[in-house]
Ligand binder design. Structure first.
Ligand code: NBP
Length: 472
């Protein structure tokens, strides 16, 4: 009895993914470099479904039904390359290697091209939802060619999360598209978390609310427009009390945020694509700032206000500012996917991303239904901000949003997410930007030329001589 699919790499993610396939009635071959892990897996989980344990890569590949489908769940980078090579050496044309790790999309493009030469399909697949998602239904973002998806897709759609009966898995696009979209998902997750953290920080400082009271605020918010997994777990974390000290948990955690790199990758890619993902960038930089204790200790001598401000109306203001800033952050992330789609010829359907992120993944939220509806109504939206529903929401939120940014600045609470989102909104809607002055300066010092509002052509003013204008 051959296996429908195989998983190699049985650490937390691979183990749970293999169990998920088995729970859905699929026969799963399992393999791990260190065989004791496979043995332990079988001891613990053999009764959950049909598994075929394999001691070697050769046995693993031999256990798979043709066309073979092998999912790699090992550490991203060199280990992934090593496992691909071992698999490809024993596989045949038409077989599929699926990389479910957190690979960089440029690595995925390289790997896909190399394996295509050998007739093997390489399906770089973003999988979101962590350990729990892998077991009970993640959001799955497979790239690769449509031919591979035709046989692989139904298996992945089967084990993905479902929302309203719709699977949170869809074929994203060719080569690295799946891993790219997963990367942007993580970038948006950074921005979303940063905005939540700023909301907490501002309300705590401005109104003197304690973590327990703030936990209740977030729990309440989770009943409205902001309903999402991240808001839900914010209420949990803020409400948690440290057993050892009896203090709020959030007060005993060192205030330095770490990162594994996908947020940074998102910003690096956005810089290359020329897309202003200010929300994600501010989130990455805020984590970086938190991680410099020496500088922060030295800077404690710098002066600034540290008062309280506002009344209970601030809670609703912050809720609206959070929603508006979140719309901006998501709009920017979707812009980045649109830009990459044009750059790499992926033909991404942006509404699909909103659909498959509604469940299984970390940014799952009611809000994504609105994004999907926006792209359903107009797949070529120039920016999500001008979708009528979002435009109206921003209109309704903006008085609050401006008050929040002003209050934060007045009492010295850093809100880079809120502030930059508002600056982006104002920048985008502005009739004339000071970019005109920038172009003038560039022409002055570097003869970089400029275009005019009233005539076609490219011009240069001879700044160092008679200041006459000529066509460049
Ligand atoms: P790890 O990233 O901790 O990797 C451990 C696995 O990699 C073990 O099975 C290990 O085998 C294997 N491995 C290594 Br390390 N080097 C190898 C090599 N040269 N050849 C063969 N196998 C090798 O596992 P994980 O935390 O389960 O994550 C798996 C993938 O999923 C990663 O790419 C990770 O970034 C991604 N991930 C995603 C999420 C998510 O939410 N989507 C969460 C966590 C992780 P051994 O047992 O022999 O050492």
């Amino acid at each position: 009895n051959k296996a429908d699919i195989g998983v190699t790499g049985l650490a937390v993610m691979g183990r749970n993914l293999a169990r998920n396939f088995a729970h859905h009635g699929h026969v799963v071959a399992v393999h791990n470099r260190t065989e004791s892990r496979t043995t332990r897996f079988m001891e613990e989980h053999k009764d959950e479904g049909a598994f075929v344990p394999a001691g070697t890569i050769e046995e693993f590949v031999a256990a798979l039904e043709r066309p073979r489908k092998a999912i790699i769940m090992v550490k991203a980078g060199a280990p992934t390359d090593a496992v691909i090579e071992e698999l490809a050496a024993v596989m045949e044309p038409g077989d599929m290697i699926i990389d479910g790790g957190n690979a960089h999309y440029l690595d995925t493009r390289r790997r896909e091209a190399a394996l295509r030469e050998r007739g093997i399909h390489f399906v770089g697949t973003g999988i979101s939802g962590g350990e729990e998602g892998a077991l009970n239904g993640p959001s799955i973002m497979p790239g690769g060619d449509p031919e591979a998806y035709a046989t692989l897709g139904p298996l992945l759609e089967d084990i993905a999360a479902k929302v309203d009966g719709v699977s949170c898995c869809v074929h994203i696009g060719p080569d690295g598209a799946g891993h790219f979209v997963k990367m942007v998902h993580n970038g948006i997750e950074y921005a979303d978390m940063q905005l939540i953290a700023e909301s907490y920080d501002l309300l705590r400082q401005a109104l003197g609310l304690n973590p327990k009271e703030l936990s209740d605020v977030f729990r309440e918010w989770n009943r409205g427009d902001l309903e999402s997994y991240l808001i839900e777990i914010t209420a949990e974390v803020l409400g948690h009390v440290d057993a050892a000290t009896g203090k709020p948990f959030v007060d005993v955690v060192v205030d330095q945020a770490e990162q594994k790199g996908t947020g940074r990758w998102t910003v690096q890619s956005a810089l290359d694509l020329g897309v202003p993902v200010t929300g994600i960038a501010e989130a990455v930089f805020a984590r970086a700032l938190s991680g410099h204790p020496e500088q922060r200790a030295a800077a404690r001598s710098l002066t600034g206000p540290s008062g309280t401000a506002g009344d209970s109306g601030l809670v609703e203001d912050v809720r609206r500012a959070l929603y508006a800033s979140k719309v901006v952050a998501y709009a920017q992330g979707f812009d980045q996917m649109a830009a990459a789609s044009a750059e790499y010829g992926w033909n991404l359907r942006l509404g699909d991303m909103a659909t498959i992120w509604r469940g299984g993944c970390i940014i799952r939220a009611r809000f994504l239904d609105r994004i999907r509806a926006a792209y359903d109504a107009d797949p070529n939206l120039p920016t999500l901000l001008v979708d009528p529903t979002f435009a109206q929401a921003l209109d309704e939120a903006q008085e609050s949003w401006r008050r929040v940014v002003a209050t934060a600045a007045t009492i010295g609470v850093p809100t880079p997410g809120f502030s930059s989102a508002l600056a982006y909104y104002d920048g985008l809607r502005r009739d004339r930007l000071p970019a005109a002055l920038l172009q003038g300066l560039r022409d002055f010092f570097g003869a970089h030329t400029y275009r005019r509002t009233d005539r076609e052509g490219v011009f240069h003013t001879d700044w160092s001589a008679d200041r006459a204008e000529r066509s460049a």
